[in-house]
Design a protein around this ligand. Structure first.
Ligand code: NAG
Length: 362
């Protein structure tokens, strides 16, 4: 009861706090307890009417969520397989979501992006607030921001980036209402994401999308995202010579130092490949996490890429994330609730690394 009331309070707050952050992106202020760390679970590629271990993953999510007392859940997309939702009263909404993630601890807001399979149904259904009348947890938008105290989450609609879905869809039909033409949609989206990231003063910046940037599994890297989205997320490194040169006026210097602090997204979290992965970027501080193990997995495909593989599990599971002012802690869990991998990053160390990278630039 208390949980239900708390959730209602969050939902009521949401309807007040939703405001356009920039021209286009909606910002949701997620209420946080002062000083308490933010805790959440991330799951992707899950909606299969409880089959392919979806229910086992859901059960373990419930247990971990209870132990951690999570604030919310993030979904990296492919929420309903194989073809999204057909209508607001599609029973798959119940069979794959409402009736599967039943634990009390999971009765929290779910912030969801769309995956490519969600675009194969009626794409507008999952975006329709009417679904929240059936289950108030379901908060799905194309691209939006969730501000939760020290963390800003930038949710990015990545399906339209993949050119092949437009030019060579094969048997599949994609519902492009609201995003065509592709080039204009992507250009506007990148502009809005860039502006929102520059505006952000959060300690941690986390980008979430469905598609992989780096992956060693079946889909591999998504070239369009590496070319178009990644440069927006990256630290804007400037040469220290530009700062220290006597010819640079003081105000310019200040602007340049500010530039150095722009956009630097800490983590990109995605689904799409049905596995769990952590990959480190070799030329930026960005860390890539794949959490796409919500149901069908075990593809048995491994292909290396240019970045550094830290962890790969080809089976089902999910990701937990805990963030405070100084530390981000990640853990991957399997269908037994076993923690397969722990990884953490200290913000102080990261800033040191960035500072020394800047010095050695010279
Ligand atoms: C369910 O999980 C178990 C344990 O990882 C695995 O052995 C089994 O193959 C999985 N079932 C499916 C359908 O993936």
């Amino acid at each position: 009861m208390a949980v239900a009331l708390a959730l209602l309070a969050v939902m009521a707050a949401l309807s007040w706090c939703v405001s356009p952050a920039t021209a286009e992106l909606t910002r949701i202020e997620h209420p946080v307890k002062d000083g308490a760390p933010l805790r959440l679970l991330v799951v992707g590629d899950w909606g299969r009417k409880a089959a392919y271990n979806q229910s086992r993953v859901a059960q373990q999510m419930g247990e971990v969520a209870e132990e951690m007392e999570i604030d919310f859940v993030v979904s990296t997309g492919d929420n309903f397989l194989e073809d999204g939702l057909a209508a607001v009263d599609d029973m798959a909404f119940h069979e794959s979501f409402v009736d599967v993630y039943t634990a009390q601890s999971l009765q929290k807001p779910w912030y969801l992006v769309l995956g490519n399979h969600d675009y194969r149904g009626d794409v507008l259904v999952q975006l329709d607030p009417a679904l929240r009348k059936i289950d108030s947890r379901f908060i799905c938008m194309r691209s939006f921001i969730v501000s939760a105290g020290i963390v800003d989450f930038f949710f990015v609609d990545t399906t339209p980036f993949q050119l092949q879905y437009w030019t060579d869809p094969g048997e599949d039909h994609y519902d492009w209402r609201g995003v065509a033409p592709r080039e204009a949609y992507i250009a506007n989206l990148l502009k809005d994401v860039d502006a929102a990231m520059k505006e952000s003063t959060a300690t941690w910046k986390v980008a979430v999308g469905h598609h992989t940037m780096r992956s060693v599994s079946a889909h591999g890297d998504t070239q369009e995202l590496l070319q178009l989205l990644l440069p927006v997320l990256k630290v804007t490194l400037i040469k220290t010579s530009a700062i220290s040169s006597p010819s640079v006026k003081h105000s310019n210097m200040r602007r340049n130092i500010r530039r150095f602090q722009e956009n630097n997204v800490d983590f990109y979290i995605n689904g799409h490949d049905h596995c769990l992965e952590h990959i480190s970027s070799r030329d930026s501080p960005i860390q890539y996490f794949t959490s796409g193990g919500g149901s069908k997995a075990w593809r048995g495909i491994f292909q290396e890429n240019e970045d550094e593989l830290e962890f790969f599990y080809d089976g089902q599971g999910f990701l937990s994330l805990e963030l405070n002012e100084n530390k981000a802690r990640f853990a991957f869990y399997d269908v037994y609730g076993e923690a397969l991998y722990h990884w953490s990053l200290s913000k102080a160390n990261l800033l040191q690394v960035q500072a020394s990278a800047r010095v050695t630039e010279e």
